[in-house]
Write a protein that binds this ligand. Structure first.
Ligand code: SF4
Length: 479
């Protein structure tokens, strides 16, 4: 049914329209300034006092600070802040989803912030008008062209400016009823790239498509993934307290890490399916934690160093493409001031230094090359890359360590945990990162082939949806 709406909006309703526009721009850019402005809006779900407290405390970004629960808030404010951060994540994923529309953005904002239930009548009229403006903008776009946040914001600004005289006539279509779409080429927006997203693409383009283009729902995570999340969380806090191994006797360090692990596991308790699973993983982490402390102390005795960063956010622009990520730990050597990039691995890990080099050479792992270039670009002299295994409580912690040299020798297939990696190899990885980013950003992309390696599918979240996945020989009769 066509519906005619004459819009009259007051100042508060204009703020609502601005809020919707800010969130659209945030979804497109993840700009922290927009997240802060949205947080301080009267529609964010938080009181002005709490919103400002978060803005003051959040150094690296408000969403990150909320997710890591760095801000001392009351129970209700804490829940509201997490709802806010989750809403921003939903909007971002919705923006990047294939076939997404501007109208869906407005509807998602309304749902995520429960605007229908909380706003006053004038604001409700503004919300309806914003939805109509967004629907009209969708209808006017050529087929196959993705909606752009800036264009929606300009349309909303016109709405706010001309509101009193706006007479908008647009059919209102129930949100969940869709016409079948014609197949069309996916147009990927320019965005930030993470090393792990490039690694996903290199391993299986179909998986990348499911995760980053469709924003497909993944499973909620396994006990193993929550074990990893809790361990990372605990180590971050442990090294904020203990940047040097000589800060206290080893028993004290063990107790400190154990306390942080205890807190971390309680925090992520709901991620474990049963109490038994929770208890098993917690005990595994405690035992691994003791081995970690032993390694930390021993290493510092041999080569004294300080931890100079934990969960350090890094950004790097390469040939016009932006890459982002977090480095688990950065160490600075006392004697040489050289920096080691440390990555914790709570899952499977390359068995030798040469095996890891092999993965880099085959473009299956971009993480350490990216961190190397990001920190080098920031002025550090990075001389070592280290992967620290935290999976097996029955073995001593023995990292894979790669010393960065101008040219490394040929790769072998034996070898130990310590080896070298050439700057020429890191440079090849850097060029490949740009190449993949360019193909993803500048598309259009027409097809996303499945991997040819059935091993890559073993723990893939999209196994059930992915009919073309390769099968192992032994599984062929089963399908
Ligand atoms: S199941 Fe295998 S082929 Fe399919 S998306 Fe996952 S990794 Fe790729």
């Amino acid at each position: 049914m066509p519906e005619s709406t004459i819009v009259e909006i007051d100042a508060a309703a204009r703020r609502l329209v601005a809020f919707i526009g800010d969130l659209a721009r945030y979804a497109a850019t993840r700009d922290d300034a927009l997240a802060r402005r949205s947080l301080c809006s009267p529609f964010s779900g938080l009181s002005n006092l709490d919103a400002r407290a978060i803005c003051v405390v959040a150094r690296r970004g408000v969403v990150e600070a909320i997710e890591r629960e760095r801000i001392p808030l009351g129970h209700d404010a804490s829940l509201a802040s997490r709802r806010f951060a989750r809403a921003l994540g939903d909007l971002e994923r919705a923006y990047r989803a294939q076939g997404a529309t501007a109208r869906e953005h407005v509807a998602t904002v309304a749902l995520a912030f429960e605007l229908d239930a909380t706003v006053v009548p004038a604001e409700r009229a503004a919300l309806a008008a914003a939805e109509i403006v967004a629907a009209r903008y969708d209808a006017e776009r050529p087929p196959g062209v993705a909606w752009e946040a800036d264009e929606l914001v300009r349309a909303l600004e016109r709405l706010a400016r001309d509101a009193r005289t706006a007479d908008v006539e647009t059919p209102r279509v129930p949100l969940l009823i869709r016409e079948p779409e014609e197949p069309r080429i996916v147009k990927r927006r320019k965005a930030h790239f993470s090393a792990s997203s490039l690694g996903t693409f290199a391993e299986c383009e179909r998986r990348w498509y499911y995760r980053y283009v469709c924003a497909a729902v993944e499973d909620r995570g396994s006990s193993a993934s929550f074990y990893g999340t809790a361990f990372h969380w605990a180590l971050e806090r442990f090294h904020e307290d203990v940047p040097r191994a000589d800060a206290a006797p080893v028993e004290v360090l063990e107790r400190k890490l154990e306390a942080h692990l205890g807190t971390a596991f309680e925090r992520f308790r709901s991620g474990f399916e049963t109490n038994v699973e929770f208890e098993l993983q917690r005990r595994r982490a405690k035992r691994t934690g003791r081995r970690y402390v032993a390694w930390f102390v021993e290493r510092a005795r041999a080569h004294p160093f300080s931890v100079i960063g934990t969960e350090t956010s890094v950004e790097l622009e390469l040939d016009g493409y932006n890459f982002i990520g977090y480095i688990d730990r950065l160490d600075r050597d006392d004697a040489t001031s050289a920096v080691t990039v440390v990555d914790y691995k709570t899952g499977s890990i390359a068995e030798t230094a040469d095996r890891y080099r092999e993965k880099v050479a085959r473009f299956l792992d971009f993480q350490l090359p990216f961190y190397y270039w990001a920190r080098t670009n920031a002025g550090d002299r990075v001389t070592r890359l280290s992967l620290v295994p935290l999976k097996d409580a029955s073995r001593d912690v023995a990292p894979i360590e790669l010393e960065v040299v101008p040219f490394a020798g040929p790769r072998g297939y034996g070898g130990g945990a310590v080896g070298t990696i050439g700057i020429d190899e890191l440079e090849r990885a850097r060029k490949k990162m740009v190449e993949i980013a360019a193909s993803l950003a500048d598309g259009p992309l027409e097809r996303f082939p499945v991997t040819s390696d059935p091993e890559a599918c073993t723990y893939c979240s999209y196994r059930l949806a992915c009919r073309e996945r390769p099968t192992r020989l032994e599984d062929r009769f089963g399908r």
